[in-house]
Each structure stands twice: as C-alpha cells, then as structure tokens.
Design a protein around this ligand. Structure first.
Ligand SMILES: Cc1cc2nc3c(=O)[nH]c(=O)nc-3n(C[C@H](O)[C@H](O)[C@H](O)COP(=O)(O)OP(=O)(O)OC[C@H]3O[C@@H](n4cnc5c(N)ncnc54)[C@H](O)[C@@H]3O)c2cc1C
Length: 431
C-alpha cells in the first residue's frame, strides 16, 4: 500500500476543490487533489449553458469554460492530481484512504479540505405515491444524459420543482426537440433564480404552475402519466383540482443534499440546517485541521460564490498545516486562549448561516452567508447581539433562491468579548 505525505489534501476536484488547492499552493503548501471522475471540473462539466463567472471573472462563461480556467492553473501550479481515485475513508488524524485502479492509497495530510459537492434529492425524499416505472429521474441525471452521453430521456416531459437545474433542463430539452409540458412547484413562489425563470421558461412559453405538485405516478414498466393537484396555503392537496397528464418522463428538481458520508466518518459535526459541516469563520470544522467549502458545506446558487469560499478554505488549511509543521502551535489558527467563541444563529426568516461560529477578537472581516426562508419585497438584514444592533442593511427585496452575504468588520464584532455569546441574523419586513 502506497503512503504519501502532503501539507494539504483536497477531496473533490470540482470548482471548490480546485480553488482551495490553488490557494493552498500559493501559500507555500504541498497539495494533492483527489477526484473520483476521470477529469477535474465537477458538476460544471455537464453544465454547457452560459451564466457562469459573471462576478468572479466579469465575463459570461459556460460551465466547462469556467472549469477549464481553473484546470489549466491547477495543472501549471505543481499540485499532485489523483484522477479516477475515490476517497473511501478519512479519520480525525487526517489520514485519507483512497482506491484507484492501482489499488489502495493512503495519504497523510497536515490539513484536509472537504470539497465533495452535493447530490440530488430523489423521489424517495418526497415519497410520491404510485408505481415505480422507468422514466422518473433527477434533472441533473437528465442533464448528464443529454449533454455528455448524447441520450434522450424521453419525448413528453414534466418537471417537478422549480430549482435552477429543472429550469435549465426545461430549456435544454426544448432545444433538443422534446416537449416540456410544464414545471410544477409546490410552493407559491419559484425556487430558481429570476434570470432562469425568464430565460428558460418565459422565453420558451413553458408554463410554471405554482402551488401545484405531483400526487401520483402512473404506468409500469414505463411512465405513462402523472397526476398533479393544486395545494392550499397549508400545502394540503385540493381534491377537486386533481388532473392526469400523459407523459413519458418526470424530471425531479427538488433540491440538493451535501455529500457528507466522508465528513461524518472523520467525526465532523453536521449543521442540521444545511446538512453540511458546522464551521467557524475560517471554514474549519469542529475536527481540528479539517476544512470544508463549496456545495459539501452548503448548497450554493452561483459557482462564483463557491470559488470565493473555497479560496478562503484553502488559505486557512495551508496556514494550519504550515504553522503546525513549523512550530507545532496548532492553537495559532484555532481558538487562541484569549478568544471568545460566538455562535451565529439564524433568526427571523433566515434558514441558516455559514459560518455558524466565529471567534473574537478578530483581526479580519467575517463574511456571513445565509438564505431567507421566503420571499420578501421590503426587508432589511439585522444582525444583533442581545438587543444591540451590530449591522443593519438597506431595505430591499429578498428571495430564497439567492444566497446573501454580509461582511462584518472586526470593529463591529470585537466589542462583544464575553458579554454576548450569540449573535442573530434576521431579515425583517420594513413597513
Ligand atoms: C444543473 C446545474 C446548473 C447550474 N447552473 C449554474 C449557473 O448557471 N451559474 C452558476 O454560477 N452556477 C451554476 N450551478 C452551480 C455550480 O455548478 C455549483 O455551485 C458548483 O459546481 C459546486 O462546486 P463544488 O466543487 O462544491 O461541487 P462539484 O462541482 O459537485 O464537485 C465535487 C467533486 O467532488 C468529487 N467527489 C465527491 N466525492 C468524492 C470522493 N469520495 N472521492 C473523490 N472525489 C469525490 C466529485 O466527483 C466532484 O467532481 C449549476 C449547478 C448545476 C448542478
């Protein structure tokens, strides 16, 4: 069994893994990236539509173009890349076990970056009644069929869920000559980005049915029809509205779940609100020296945000590994003795925050990411410690599909020492 030593080992070679690896390398660490696929790029390789990189590169790129800019840099940076290699185990001592066609590999790391991305929720997650025919698949799998394997999922398509992947696929399948009968969404608002509703549905006359869901799946061995029904404000089915629609394919775009089996094996605690690891302001988990970024940490809206977050994780991982190597003063990047741990708690209309913890006093600004639970037209972000308001934003509209970011300056949080142990992030209606 081969054993290799690195300062930083990155698990996952998608946009998060590549950006983290580049940053760690730039800081002087020896770095390895392990990727189970036969190429780097992650989910971007199947996203051939444009819309990537608008904020990071200030240009509109396709997924593969965005990935390529990083793949080229990784290749030139002297980072060791293990492709077609699957990490199967990770322990709190930073020992990574992986398998590839040559056999088992063990990598010992000063620090680890978790960047394994996420997977799609399937039919089982929402328990749609009915038969179990062929023709029911996730939107991302259909995307892979069409964009990579040149296969057609069907002819008459219904999409359940208005997440971005479903919207993108509604347009893609229409362009490939399939008939997309409609997108059905349980909630009274769309879950995808506004630009995708407009560019992928409105521009192609594909109807979006809000407050409507799939109540039955009909046909065996292949899908023949689905039953849909409207729901009331309590999401209960309105019986009189049940309607059967003939179709041969049902695409599910009903959410993504961080891929955290490995994180759990390493003993990392998960945040029940994100299903990703609980992290502090350096994106370090509660296992010292194990960091997380990208969709494995929380599901992002835009890849540009993934890249920024991953750079932060890569830098912190390199700092941790190099400081540990140089002076064995692990505490230098962790909670030093004179620091106070503060919990960041989601308040009114906020689903989660990343990070969920920070330590003060801090020399650096802290970027807090979060999503609102429901759309609000006139609202403001309020961050407070007890009754003290630390930050208040301007009044504007908020949507659950958009990831929000607030940067707290050191002077806004350093006064907290020891007095308040929790700060709350809320988004409040402004009348
Ligand atoms: C259909 C779709 C459309 C999108 N459209 C847009 C858009 O228009 N604009 C935009 O900005 N963003 C878009 N995104 C979002 C963007 O693609 C993601 O935010 C981004 O790819 C997440 O990066 P990641 O590195 O965290 O995860 P991923 O890209 O999923 O990469 C994770 C990598 O980890 C590897 N891995 C996992 N487990 C292991 C293991 N055990 N061993 C080895 N390797 C492992 C996987 O093989 C994968 O390559 C879209 C996403 C999808 C799915």
């Amino acid at each position: 069994m081969k054993q290799l030593d690195y300062d930083v080992v990155v698990i996952g070679g998608g946009p998060a893994g590549m950006a983290a690896a580049l940053k760690a390398k730039e800081k002087g660490a020896t770095v390895a990236v392990i990727e189970r696929n036969d190429e780097l790029g992650g989910i971007l390789n199947q996203c051939i539509h444009s819309g990537f990189g608008l904020s990071y590169f200030k240009q509109e790129l396709t997924g593969p173009e965005y990935a390529e800019l990083f793949i080229n840099q990784v290749a030139a940076a002297g980072i060791d890349i293990f492709l077609k290699t699957m990490v199967i185990d990770l322990n709190p001592e930073h020992q990574v076990k992986a398998m590839n066609e040559d056999g088992m590999l063990v990598l010992a790391a000063g620090a680890i970056v978790l960047a394994m991305g996420c997977r799609e929720r399937t039919r089982g997650a929402i328990k749609i009644p009915g038969s179990r025919p062929a023709g029911v698949l996730t939107a991302g799998l259909a995307q892979r069929y069409v964009n990579i394997e040149n296969r057609k999922p069907g002819e008459r398509i219904v999409i359940l869920g208005s997440g971005d992947i479903g919207l993108i696929m509604a347009r893609r399948l229409t362009l490939e000559g399939m008939q997309v009968l409609g997108v059905y969404e349980l909630m009274p608002y769309a879950n995808g980005l506004y630009r995708n509703i407009k560019n992928c549905l409105d521009d192609f006359d594909i109807p979006l049915h809000l407050s409507t869901t799939v109540t039955n799946i009909i046909g065996h061995p292949h899908l023949e029809a689905i039953e849909v029904a409207r729901v009331d404000e309590n999401l209960a089915v309105i019986e009189a509205t049940r309607e059967v629609i003939a179709c041969d394919t049902l695409l599910l775009s009903i959410g993504l779940i961080p891929e955290n089996e490995l994180s759990q094996k390493s003993g990392v605690s998960l945040n029940p609100r994100t299903n990703g690891p609980l992290v502090n302001e350096t994106l370090e988990t509660d296992q010292p020296g194990i960091f997380a970024c990208g969709n494995v940490l929380h599901v992002h809206d835009l890849v540009d945000n993934v890249t920024l977050e991953a750079e932060q994780a890569g830098e912190a991982a390199a700092d941790y590994a190099l400081q540990q190597k140089a002076a064995a003063t692990v505490k230098a990047t962790r909670l030093a003795d004179n620091k106070v741990a503060i919990t960041i708690s989601p308040g009114e209309n906020v689903g989660y925050t990343v990070p969920a913890k920070l330590s003060v006093p801090s020399q650096k600004a802290t970027r807090i990411l979060f999503r609102v639970r429901q759309p609000m037209d006139q609202a403001a972000v309020v961050i407070q410690a007890g009754t003290k308001i630390l930050y208040q934003s301007k009044t504007r509209a908020f949507k659950p599909s958009v990831m929000e970011a607030v940067v707290l300056k050191p002077e806004e949080i350093n006064g907290l020492n020891g007095i308040e142990k929790t700060i709350t992030v809320s988004v409040r209606e402004v009348k």
